[in-house]
Design a protein around this ligand. Structure first.
Ligand code: NDP
Length: 329
């Protein structure tokens, strides 16, 4: 018998775009070989862009947004998954061109799913979400570049946001000394509770960047882009590396090549959406090991599906701290 499920649906007409809670059925599914009952989703920066229309994230209309979900397989013709399996999905264009995770159910390609690590509940998997999984990809990128805790401090921009909060908690657990760059001075205690050793005011990194600044850190994780990334590069120590994954402050990069050619600094791009399966599995296994779940809980707020349209603008305005879980069932 056909089942109905609740979902957030974004649609557009001559009056513009709107996001509303809707009741949908199996006939609304897009193509896929696995049907998942979703228990939890989350709101990432990109989801907020999709929900508000502030950037062209949605590429098919109408669409269920939500680039992440956690749930249990209901039906599957995909060899790797069977009914009852606990799964997680991050990215692959879900919530952009394929119906996403802000829904009670989803039908997707089995190629996009990974098994949820046993140590991480569905709610916590979504507290991590794409933001946290990307933070882990950034940490892994710095490790591959040889940036060990002995090499020096790590600076994290957008520190009180989702990627930033998880990055700080993971880096601190791994023994790195973390400098948290934030525009929210009032969150200093929160950032220190996650493991930040010191706080840097956002303004210190948002002015025009000198080609080479004083060497202040061995590495960085940047979610802001633009002048912030340029400043982070200019103050990275000889042989260090910065992992760049975001554009919360802008898509441009007004930087000099000096850090690359005079200090051998590396700029490493990090993408979560199309990251290969092996790297995703590695990142999730590392999160199960290297993220303190008490710190994860402390950075997480839970909301209901119906609250999503109202909370999205708050997230874009930088007024959400840490991570948001959306409880579906
Ligand atoms: P959040 O909204 O949770 O956090 C972003 C943080 O950036 C804010 O909390 C704020 O931190 C800071 N910030 C916001 N606006 C500005 C600004 N104008 N100038 C300087 N700092 C600013 O978002 P997420 O952590 O989920 O995502 C962060 C970025 O990373 C986004 O651009 C997102 O699209 C990108 N991203 C990319 C991925 C990829 O695959 N490449 C995957 C996941 C995220 P504070 O208040 O502490 O200053």
């Amino acid at each position: 018998m056909a089942q109905t499920f609740k979902a957030i649906l974004v649609s557009r007409d001559d009056d513009g775009q709107k996001a509303e809670l809707a009741s949908l059925g199996d006939g609304d599914f897009m193509d896929g070989d696995v049907t998942v009952r979703i228990s939890h989703s989350t709101l990432n920066y990109k989801d907020a862009l999709a929900l508000t229309g502030k950037a062209p994230v949605v590429r098919r209309w109408p669409l269920i947004p939500g680039i992440d979900f956690a749930g249990t397989v209901e039906t599957s013709t995909y060899a790797g998954f069977k009914p009852g399996d606990d799964v997680v999905l991050n990215g692959w264009g879900v919530g952009e061109s394929h119906h996403g995770g802000l829904a009670g159910r989803a039908r997707v390609s089995g190629d996009w799913l990974i098994s949820r690590p046993k140590a991480i509940s569905a709610a916590r998997a979504m507290a991590i979400g794409t933001a946290g999984y990307t933070a882990m990809l950034c940490v892994m990128a710095l490790e591959r570049a040889g940036v060990t805790p002995e090499r020096g401090d790590i600076v994290v921009s957008g520190a009180a946001g989702g990627v930033g909060s998880v990055a700080i908690a993971v880096l601190a657990k791994l023994g790195y000394r973390v400098l948290a760059a934030t525009g929210r001075a009032q969150e200093a205690d929160y950032l220190k509770s996650l493991g930040a050793a010191d706080i840097i005011a956002r303004e210190e990194l948002s002015g025009p960047a000198r080609p080479l600044g004083k060497e202040r850190w061995a590495g960085g994780i940047d979610v802001v882009g633009s002048l912030t990334l340029a400043n982070m590069l200019s103050m990275t120590r000889y042989g260090g590396a910065v992992a760049a994954c975001g554009l919360a402050g802008g898509m441009d990069l007004p930087a000099s090549v000096a850090p690359f050619i005079l200090r051998g600094v590396s700029l490493i791009g990090v993408d979560s959406v199309m990251a290969p399966r092996e790297r995703r599995v590695e990142a999730w296994n590392r999160l199960a090991r290297d993220l303190d779940l008490k710190k994860l809980d402390a950075m997480t707020t839970t909301i209901g599906l119906g609250e999503v349209p109202d909370v999205a603008p708050e997230l874009l305005a930088g007024r959400v701290r840490g991570r948001l879980v959306v409880e579906i069932s």
